[in-house]
Design a protein around this ligand. Structure first.
Ligand code: NAD
Length: 321
């Protein structure tokens, strides 16, 4: 049994991670800035702390007396959020910086940082047939403005804390993660949740239209949460010292994603395209050569199955409301 801190634990991915670690028998300290009643998942057999981790003293309190840290706390959201809140996204640099300093001062042995595919050079993501971003494509650097640059900088902080202070740091670059117990409305939601919500709204109201951002031909891959948690744990306890992709390589267009959700709902909607909405890069996929080499595994949960589970959870929340 280890003593493990998980930050961002009131959010989507870290909430699932807390559950996995506690189920494995570890002592977990879960930390988030949000009031406890707003956390997606709260476990009574876990120590839950509400702290603003931009503040250095709070980071010390969060990690003191523990062995390992998974840092998933960040002020972020989908394209609609990160394109409009670049400074806010960059301020998350304080979270990772102060956590690393606290980790060094408190003798933390292992530290995990959740980076993003947004750290990749945007110039390489203009083709919707994108064959996949490989780890070396982050440099020369031209990351997603705001959010992506913070991720790239924080990745390097992890690297130098390992080199200079001997903390074992591990970094994964997540490609769009989706699943139950995540944000589906309010402006921070990402495409799988947003499209599910829009289709459910249409279904429940009898409306027969859906608004799609851009022309819907931009491509992405989406990783189901169970794959994300397995990959996160495997990378944390691996010997992989450089940032590595953690994402599905099942690439689809946004139009194809809409068709999957329509199929799940059993309806067909008229598509209204909004060319002025935030669209992000034109094409993005995960090249999984490296993760297959190191872990003999890659995320493989089929998109159709994961979307069914996500849709069912969002529908349940919306009908409850
Ligand atoms: P999320 O927004 O659901 O969770 C992040 C949590 O961090 C939130 O609960 C938020 O309250 C918390 N937080 C923000 N500022 C904080 C602060 N100052 N102190 C303490 N907690 C704070 O997001 P998520 O989807 O679960 O993402 C988790 C991590 O994975 C983030 O670092 C994110 O950048 C990264 N990531 C996610 C995706 C994805 O598709 N979900 C893709 C790439 C990278």
């Amino acid at each position: 049994m280890k003593k493990i801190v998980v930050t961002g634990a009131g959010g989507f991915i870290a909430g699932h991670l807390v559950k996995a670690l506690k189920d494995q028998g570890h002592r977990v300290r879960a930390v988030d800035i949000k009031p406890l009643k707003e956390w997606y998942q709260v476990f009574p057999d876990v120590e839950n702390l509400v702290l603003d981790l931009r503040i250095r003293e709070n980071c010390h309190q969060a990690v003191n007396g523990f062995n390992e840290v998974f840092n998933l706390a960040a002020d972020m959201g989908g394209m609609g959020f990160i394109e409009m809140h670049k400074a806010e996204c960059m301020i998350s640099v304080l979270i990772n910086t102060h956590l690393l300093i606290a980790a060094r001062d408190c003798g933390i042995e292992r530290f995990y940082y959740s980076s993003s595919a947004c750290a990749y050079n945007t110039q390489l993501q203009k083709d919707p047939e994108n064959p996949g971003l490989k780890e070396s494509d982050a440099y020369p650097a031209m990351a997603e403005d705001g959010y992506g640059w913070e991720k790239l900088f924080s990745e390097r902080m992890c690297r130098h804390f390992m080199e200079d202070y001997g903390i074992i740091t591990r970094v994964a670059r997540y490609h769009n993660v989706y699943g139950p117990h995540g944000t589906y409305d309010g402006g921070r939601e990402k495409a799988p949740a947003a499209i599910s919500r829009k289709v459910i709204e249409a279904e429940l109201s009898g409306k027969d239209e859906i608004v799609i951002w851009g022309d819907g031909e931009q491509t992405r891959s989406f990783m189901y949460i169970d794959d994300c948690i397995k990959g996160t744990l495997d990378i944390m306890y691996s010997s992989i010292e450089e940032p590595i992709n953690l994402g599905s390589s099942e690439m689809v267009t946004i139009n194809e994603l809409v068709s999957i959700v329509e199929n799940i709902a059993g309806i067909k909607l008229k598509r209204l395209y909004d060319p002025d909405a935030p669209k992000g890069v034109r094409g993005r996929n995960s090249d999984n050569t490296l993760i297959k080499k190191y872990l003999n595994w890659e995320p493989h949960f089929p998109l159709r199955n994961g979307m069914q589970l996500t849709y069912d959870w969002i529908r349940e929340q919306m009908t409850k409301k």
